[in-house]
Design a protein around this ligand. Sequence first.
Ligand code: GLC
Ligand code: CA
Length: 536
Amino acid sequence: MDSKWIWWKHGVIYQIYPRSFYDSNGDGIGDIPGIIEKLDYLKDLGIDAIWLSPVNTSPMHDFGYDISNYRDIDEIFGSKKDFRELIKEAHLRDIKIIMDMVVNHTSHMHQWFIESRSSLDNPKRDWYIWRDGKNGKPPNNWIAAFGGSSWEKYAHTGQYYLHSFVKEQPDVNWRNKELREAMYNEMRYWLDRGVDGFRLDVVNWFMKDENFRNNTLSLRPQQLQKHRYDRNRPESHEIMKEIRQVVDSYKDRMLVGEVFSLPPGDPKLSASYIGDGTDELHMAFDFSMIYKRWNARTVYRTIARWMEIIPENGWPCHVLSNHDQPRSISRFGGGSDAIKRARVAATLLLTLKGTPFIYYGEEIGMRNISISRKDIQDPLGKRYWPLYTGRDPARAPMQWSSEENAGFTRGTVWLPVHRNYRRVNVETDAADKYSMLNHYKSLIRIRKKKKALHMGDWTPLIKGVDSIIAYTRECEEQKIFVVLNFSNGVRKLTLNDRGQWRVISSTHKFVNEHFTDIDFKVMPYEATIVQRIGAL
Ligand code: GLC
Ligand code: CA
């Protein structure tokens, strides 16, 4: 086993949605100086790296996931100087910075696209995907993730361009060698400036079918067609390999990729983007967990499947929430048990083998906001309301204090703050020893302190039977045992592993309490971690 501390493997990563983290200048939108102000909070929380959703220049048709200049920072978020400062200040605190690289598409305002669309023979024409229509209709039947045809006609040349998301997000042509090289240069630009890694957006969409064949119809819910020809093309792996080489020519950098799949998730597909564990992404997100109900068996199977499919030399990562999905606490069922479930979920996330990603606000138990039509910002919400309210509910401002606007801004918030902010906020939680925040903090601290938890093997012992998941984490001399009760009932637990055990974290038992053998009651929604301190 590798016993050297590797930040992206053994640390904890925190995702910030910059618009909603902290607003330093009162315009109602979070910004980079705001993040800098909160670095001490993050240090105290104990995280090792921040993944920032995009802060590059963007006309914000998809809130930064439509980049018009990879080398600059959008003024809404600050300046390049602010970003340099962020890297410096984060590094001073041993916190790494991961940038979002959105390279499946650019903004329609990107200079490359403006050139590309200008004429049929522009040198950058082939940097995007242009095609003639068929009898006055789009070139084929592909439909965009955000609705409608994936093709948009550009009157000036009469051809159509491909956009897998909104029409302001033209897909680039990864088959073009010059485009590839240009993209790698944009990556090198930030690696040269000390960025520690990238989160790559929708990696499984980079390459499209060479012959632009029509997709066939799908009978699955939420999906009108099988995206066989516009997503998940095997050729996308080639690109991963090249990007990996770019990143590996720098020391200690990391790539994590979003492998987009619809419910119930596709762990095999996600894992395939790690390649043999050394030649594609360092880590891939799989959303299977996000798509599952609160049920111990289901959750166990989902994790087991994910662990099993990670290649021998690869490394898993785990995620409960992100800026595209409803918040975990809201997903796992409302009512008074929600917060108890969230504690169990946090214990799971932070004791599994694999890098945990925490979405901002989860550490204080932030919930989805409910949103009215007039407040919707997300293009998806605008399009599908009221069938689907979009992604805004999980993107609300961070709840810092019980002051107005939850202490997020002195201006007018860009998205409503959750109405529970007077009760649920960082300030209140910090003062309460038993709060969610302190639960997270102690879990992160323990994970870091115990080698078995950040490096050790994972061995499941109870696989969801009777609503219990239990496993050990073990390395060299250390053995740690984790038990999670997913139900509101009391369970009796007896394990055939004799010895002395000490509680190191628990929602119910006393820390430092000793047990001879694991033979105890597990209370409703109990999450307990014990360490073996000696044989019998
Ligand atoms: C990814 C992002 C999402 C964005 C989409 C298009 O799924 O996470 O927020 O809308 O890609 O870039
Ligand atoms: Ca601001």
